[in-house]
Write a protein that binds this ligand. Sequence first.
Ligand SMILES: NC(=O)c1ccc[n+]([C@@H]2O[C@H](COP(=O)([O-])OP(=O)(O)OC[C@H]3O[C@@H](n4cnc5c(N)ncnc54)[C@H](OP(=O)(O)O)[C@@H]3O)[C@@H](O)[C@H]2O)c1
Length: 335
Amino acid sequence: MKNINVAMNGLGSVHKTLSGILKDKQLVLKEKYDIGFNVVMISDSSGVAVNNNGFNMVEVIAHKNSGGRVSGLSEYQDKSFLDILSDTNVDLVWEASPVDFDTGGEALEIARDALNRGISVVLANKGPVVKAHGELKALSNNSGAGFKYSATVCGGLPILNIGERDMIAGDVSEFSGVFNGTCNFILDVLKNGVAFDAAVKEAQNVGAAEADPSLDIDGWDTAFKLLIIANHVMNARITLDDISVKGIMSITPEMIRAEESQGNTIKLVASFDGSTYKVEPTVVAKDTFIGSCTGWEMGIEIHSDLYGIMYHKLYEKEPVPTAASMLRDAVNIFS
Ligand SMILES: NC(=O)c1ccc[n+]([C@@H]2O[C@H](COP(=O)([O-])OP(=O)(O)OC[C@H]3O[C@@H](n4cnc5c(N)ncnc54)[C@H](OP(=O)(O)O)[C@@H]3O)[C@@H](O)[C@H]2O)c1
């Protein structure tokens, strides 16, 4: 059986959930995929800890859930993640720390360093892919290390995998998608006559929006996903400057109600029409695929020359599909 030594950067909801999946699916992973994962490095905002024999992640998660921090573990080391990575036997870095879209943050440094040294990298954090997709891909090609990030686009929706693996020799002529649950949720609340700020608060109260929801509302989170799809599936090599981005701030309850009376609705739609990339609030008929993506659902409609018109939709309320996507990427790299 392959035993993969793993470093986990970040220990929030995604990696906690992934740790639970590793425990629950240990037998399936062994019997079906002949693979096991041994978490030897962990980190949170307080620092990094190392256990070359592998952490008991049930105990680590219990420690975190009771308010403990990595710096409070006996295995804590007062060194940077990168310094420890260079001294530790690690095959794979799972990266799920907060996004830094300006620079890619430490996550980008870690991805660079790991890929350079032949350590595979699986990301949930979009930052490094948005900032440096081409560079990281080249590092992976040069060193032979695996580099996957299917969780960065709509969590568990396997759109990057389908595009890469299942659309062999196909050309995407156009696509459109609803990629942001927060905007979906806010637009659904606006429909009930609630003002924009109150709709945002409601979304925050049910956990559908972050304390600072501006990246979602302004359309940037959707644009990041559009960028990743275009570059990964279509090899488009675009940057954010190539995407026209408008958020949902100007949408009012009246606008949505007027459309509803015509059998339409308004969605924040990411699209490629064959030449331009756009993110903008769009009027769509409710009985279309895009019009049917509501609440916690995300979906994409892809038109291509060889594979017809595909419709893929995912309901994801908890981070389980996102965490599972990090596992699937890792299994795909090592099996
Ligand atoms: N949640 C989802 O469904 C989802 C879906 C797709 C993609 N993602 C992406 O996945 C990533 C993680 O999401 P999440 O929901 O797990 O976030 P989260 O719950 O906020 O957890 C973030 C974790 O990163 C740690 N952290 C903060 N600064 C750090 C640093 N400098 N070095 C190392 N660790 C650091 C935090 O430490 P503390 O524990 O000390 O605060 C926390 O453990 C984000 O980039 C997010 O955009 C999430």
